[in-house]
Ligand binder design. Structure first.
Ligand code: MLT
Length: 265
């Protein structure tokens, strides 16, 4: 399904029962809503699930290719308004987690609970910003396929890559289909994002934290930092998984997710 937000087409999928608790899923960079298929299937009719493509990614429009985390939060709140959802559980993976944490800081009244997957609260340091700037230049010059080739080893376990598991093929296909201008724009958005660490102590909603045991981008240590600062939060380390813990070990991930969602009552 599609809606227009500030002149740009937004794509989202919806499943389950709209009368039940809404759970909105935000993918990581540079992916799409498609990474959440197994989670939507697991939630079935017990919840109302929504997964959307954030600006520039998947089937959503590229617009002018200039993005900020603030704009991504505006888009999320506008989408919730459009869907007439007052409050939702927010599930964000990696950059989706950056968006979720900033959304919680800005609009806490819109969220019932949060699930932070393979993410962190710290902004990029100088070396990180420079790396993003170089990657943004490179993807515009070399294209999305070259970017995907370099990015895949950073997000999957060696086992997944060696076995060329379906998840690796799916993510490669998603990255290759994304516009280099949008990939560059979202790299710059991440480089310019604010640090949300100071507000972690203000989070009062139930919080679940999940991280792949072999995540090299947002490590188990980053996840432990989140857990130590969010009161009452629960952390699970997902075995046999790297940065895309929901794709590499969906069984473990979904069990923990459903356990958490059921505990909300
Ligand atoms: C993501 O998966 O969203 C990104 O790799 C996160 C990042 O690069 O900081």
């Amino acid at each position: 399904m599609k809606t227009i937000i500030k002149g740009t087409e937004f794509y989202y999928i919806e499943s389950g029962d709209p009368a039940k608790t809404s759970v909105i899923f935000i993918h990581g960079f540079p992916f799409s809503h498609a990474i959440w298929q197994e989670q939507l299937a697991a939630l079935g009719n017990e919840f109302h699930s929504i997964a959307y493509d954030f600006r520039g990614m998947g089937n959503s429009g590229v617009g002018d290719g200039q993005y900020t985390l603030e704009g991504h939060v505006d888009d999320l709140i506008t989408l919730l308004d459009f869907l007439q959802i007052d409050q939702a559980v927010i599930v964000g993976l990696s950059m989706g987690g950056y968006i979720a944490l900033r959304a919680l800081e800005r609009n806490p009244e819109r969220f019932l609970a949060v699930v932070l997957c393979d993410t962190r609260s710290e902004a990029d340091d100088n070396a990180g910003k420079i790396k993003r700037a170089n990657a943004a230049q490179a993807v515009k010059k070399d294209g999305s396929a070259v970017f995907a080739e370099a990015f895949i080893p950073a997000v999957f376990t060696e086992h997944a890559i060696q076995q060329a598991l379906p998840a690796v093929k799916m993510i490669t296909k998603i990255i290759c289909a994304n516009d280099p201008v949008a990939i560059a724009g979202n790299l710059i958005a991440m480089a310019a994002r604010t640090d949300t660490t100071a507000s972690l102590k203000k989070i009062t909603v139930p919080t679940l934290i999940l991280v792949g045991a072999e995540d090299k981008l947002t490590t188990p240590e980053d996840a432990r930092n989140l857990q130590s600062q969010i009161t009452g939060s629960v952390l699970h380390i997902v075995p046999d998984a790297a940065h895309l813990s929901n794709l590499e070990n969906p069984q473990f991930f979904n069990e923990r997710l459903l356990e958490f969602l059921d505990s909300l009552g």
